[in-house]
Design a protein around this ligand. Sequence first.
Ligand SMILES: C[S@@+](CC[C@H](N)C(=O)[O-])C[C@H]1O[C@@H](n2cnc3c(N)ncnc32)[C@H](O)[C@@H]1O
Length: 222
Amino acid sequence: MFDRIAPAYDLLNSVLSLGIDTRWRNKAIAELPASSNSLHILDIATGTGDMCIQARKRYPHYQYTGLDLSDGMLEIGRQRLKKMNIQGIELIQGDSEQLAFGDNRFDAVMAAFGVRNFENLDKGLQEIYRVLKPGGKLIVLEFSRPRRFPFRQLFGFYFKNVLPLIGSWGSKDAQAYKYLYESVQQFPDYDRFTDRLTACGFHSAGFHSLSLGICCIYTGLK
Ligand SMILES: C[S@@+](CC[C@H](N)C(=O)[O-])C[C@H]1O[C@@H](n2cnc3c(N)ncnc32)[C@H](O)[C@@H]1O
């Protein structure tokens, strides 16, 4: 599915979120550990590499590895890196649920709008835990369901009825943006997600919500 929508993905993100997605990603990136050393950061489900590209603006001396299942998304990402003449970011194909890295390898792992798509969430989180160094930090940015009346109802209407129409028109894929709505309804958001992090071994798991609960940033430490 992501291979099919890859050419339209970045533009649709900006249109459908009215550009707020960049701010959400920046807030997640602000959770990365600050260091004068060259930390190695893994971006899980990197897609077209947005998180790596934005994080590099803040921490140009860090090393970034972006990993994704979809060759289509990665190819768009590689073209962006080339066009922007960006070094220090490698984009590789792989499955988050079976990471081809040794244990204790990365200083931090980030994942924006990615973990919701895992077939087996716990397996993916356990793999992330394995490749983090002791003391390393996981930062997850993910959609959640707003809880407050009447925003919950208003946003729910937009997300269920309007967004799939624009998404299907823009991506020429009728299923992808229906899937987005359905996957968010099924995702264990808020403290249900921090409970899963804790069960997978992370400590100090916490979250804060953005834009009245449209998204949350979750963090946990190994
Ligand atoms: C909604 S996109 C998010 C892309 C990017 N992180 C962003 O912020 O725009 C979700 C991405 O997750 C990837 N994905 C889904 N399951 C995956 C898995 N098990 N391993 C690696 N990538 C996966 C998809 O290929 C897709 O590119």
